[in-house]
Write a protein that binds this ligand. Structure first.
Ligand SMILES: Nc1ncnc2c1ncn2[C@@H]1O[C@H](COP(=O)(O)OP(=O)(O)OP(=O)(O)O)[C@@H](O)[C@H]1O
Length: 602
């Protein structure tokens, strides 16, 4: 039995409506786009639109009123106000864009790296940002003007540097809020490189705030630039709206319209940019969490595949090659405030072979997940390997003496030879992309197949894991399917790479009881069919009895017992194993009667 697809029609329609259309439906957005489009067109075609050059003077006709030759009159040097306004649009808008481009090109990458990696780069970047923010902007701009002359371009580059901390902080905060999301971990498990995770999964989160911020920044840049020029600090030979404003102010009593036109242009440009920023924000909020449904380069999640010959490096320990995974005397710890390491896994050893299911069982906090994550290389950065080693197919991923997992070795294995079925299926799918695109993109990238072929394979995989209507699920977003279905999707992704090892961390815990049995059946069937090794992390001996060949029992970070499941279930030796087994309800007499003699519930 599979779960029905829960498609919310209104949300699905909403998802397909592009952000741009939603902005156009908003009167504020429509007004802003119309005004800015006209200004941009005017700026692009300034040479054709303006009847005179920006500095063409007619000294016989100064401070003249509007007529058929000079549509908006002339200034004190006899230059055509309309022509200067048109050329002013070019310089003013371009310099605002230059300012935003400088700020983005500094703040965005720095914020992405600092937010994603933290550590020394984050500390250093924060220090620089604090210094930049402490600088008095106007004084810096005045100093730069004094040093380099009244160039609008240099002023805007300097202003871009000064406001780059805004982009840095915005990006860093957004990245930090998603960097520990399970779907980012899942992408890591799938073998994606950091740069790809950042560009696909992380950047999509900051893209919208960056667009909004850029609209506002362009408005602020125009205001600052005009303000400086109004104070007479601009280049009088370059027609900008600020220079025109300054000129108009000097002659405000003689020709007030000289002040009016540039002021109107500045007001309209700044106002439209702010309105555009608000309209984009509203459009994105309305669209809820769903972003564009069609992408040329769709994303990836936990689902990676690889075909072709696998790279095998020389075995490093004689006699271990037959084991798919060998964990030897592994101890993991976390640094404490007093400088010591608190061990959370201690002297753990086990092996897993191809075609074998090993259960790691224990109560919450016993170290099961830490052990599994050390094999996947997904321990938090602060975790330290205190001792021991881990080998995969005879190759060390944690060599004796190393205190962290070797990520470069694991990145070649994750998503290709080792796959992962997580505990919370929903959190492991990126809500911004359809299930289909999350299955197809990795196949295209790793298998080198066409999109059409990848789609065919994805539909087959979805059908293999028991999804009744693969085509519908393929086009659905994660929020449109049930938890059980999402888990099937992740299992489809995990087996799609034809891995040698699947690590399943409490794969049924987040699921409805009726769905749990189906998912366990599915894992068992697939494991038998594909002959892969499975490490199943669970706190439930029932699941172990159902699925596993061998089991290791963990308590407080240590292995207390291990062996064939039948043996352990039949003759448990350790008191902790006996307690765990006693906690299983199956085939047990309830300690208290659930139904009283009289037939009423107690
Ligand atoms: N980032 C961390 N910093 C410090 N201690 C941690 C960290 N992550 C986990 N631990 C500790 O490691 C121990 C083992 O955690 P682990 O997640 O492996 O337990 P578990 O057996 O998988 O439990 P559960 O079933 O609840 O996930 C716990 O005591 C936990 O507090």
């Amino acid at each position: 039995m599979t779960e029905p697809v829960q498609i919310n029609a209104s949300t699905a329609t909403l998802a397909r409506t592009s952000v741009f259309k939603r902005i156009l439906k908003n009167p504020m957005g429509l007004f802003a786009i119309a005004v800015l489009s006209i200004m941009i067109l005017v700026a692009i075609f300034a040479g054709w639109i303006a009847p005179f050059g920006e500095n063409t003077a007619n000294i016989g006709k100064t401070l003249a009123g509007a007529d058929s030759v000079n549509l908006l009159g002339t200034d004190s040097a006899g230059r055509d106000t309309f022509s200067r306004l048109v050329f002013g649009a070019q310089t003013t808008l371009l310099s605002a864009l230059l300012c935003a481009a400088v700020a983005i090109s500094i703040g965005l990458p720095a914020g992405l790296i600092a937010g994603y990696y933290s550590g020394p780069f984050d500390s250093a970047a924060n220090w620089v940002v604090n210094v930049l923010m402490a600088l008095p902007g106007i004084i810096v701009l005045l100093t730069i003007r004094a040093a380099f002359g009244p160039s609008v371009w240099i002023s805007m580059i300097a202003f871009g540097i000064l406001i780059s901390p805004g982009y840095f902080r915005l990006t860093r905060t957004a990245v930090q809020s998603v960097r520990n999301e399970l779907y980012v971990d899942a992408a890591r498990v799938s073998g994606l490189s950091d740069s790809r995770i950042i560009t696909r999964h992380i950047f999509s989160v900051v893209r919208a705030p960056i667009i909004i911020q850029t609209a506002i920044v362009c408005g602020v840049a125009i205001s600052i630039q005009s303000g400086l020029e109004f104070l007479g600090l601009g280049d009088p030979t370059v027609a900008t709206w600020g220079v025109m404003l300054s000129e108009g102010f000097k002659n405000v009593y003689l020709t007030p319209t000289l002040l009016l036109w540039p002021a109107l242009a500045i007001g309209l440009a700044v106002g439209s940019l702010v309105l555009l920023g608000n309209a984009v924000r509203d459009a994105l909020e309305d669209r809820e969490k769903v972003t564009v449904s069609k992408r040329n380069d769709p994303p990836t999640v936990a689902l990676q595949m690889q075909r072709g010959p696998r790279k095998r490096t020389a075995s490093v320990e004689v006699g271990t090659e037959k084991h798919l995974v060998k964990v030897s005397h592994l101890a993991i710890g976390y640094p404490q405030a007093n400088g010591t390491l608190k061990p959370v896994v201690n002297d753990v050893s086990f092996t897993v072979d191809r075609g074998e299911v090993l259960g790691i069982v224990g109560e919450s906090g016993s170290g099961k997940s830490q052990t599994a994550f050390s094999i996947l290389g997904l321990l938090p950065p602060e975790a330290r390997i205190i001792s021991g080693s881990i080998q995969f197919d005879g190759e060390y991923t944690v060599a004796p003496g190393e205190d962290i997992v070797n990520q470069s070795r694991l990145s070649e294995l994750r998503g290709k030879r080792i796959s992962y079925i997580p505990q919370e299926p929903m959190s492991n799918l990126d809500p911004a992309y359809t299930i289909g695109s999350q299955l197809v993109a990795p196949m295209v990238k790793v298998l080198g197949i066409s999109k059409a072929e990848a789609k065919k394979r994805a539909l087959k995989l979805l059908s293999d894991v028991g999804i009744v209507d693969p085509a519908r699920t393929f086009g659905a977003y994660p929020h449109e399917v049930s938890g059980g279905m999402a888990q099937r999707v992740l299992i489809a992704g995990a087996i799609s790479c034809e891995p040698d090892l699947i690590i399943a961390d409490e794969p049924t815990t987040a699921l409805d009881v009726t769905v749990q049995a189906e998912v366990l059946d599915l894992i068992r069937d697939l494991q038998k069919r594909l002959g892969v090794g499975v490490i199943l992390v669970t706190h439930n001996f029932g699941v172990v009895a159902d699925l596993c060949d061998r089991v290791v029992v963990m308590q407080a970070g240590r292995l207390v017992e291990g062996g064939e499941v039948r043996e352990i279930l039949g003759t448990p030796q350790d008191p902790y194993t006996i307690t765990l087994l006693d906690s299983m309800l199956e085939n047990k007499t309830p300690m208290t009667m659930l139904v009283s003699q009289g037939g009423t519930k107690s």
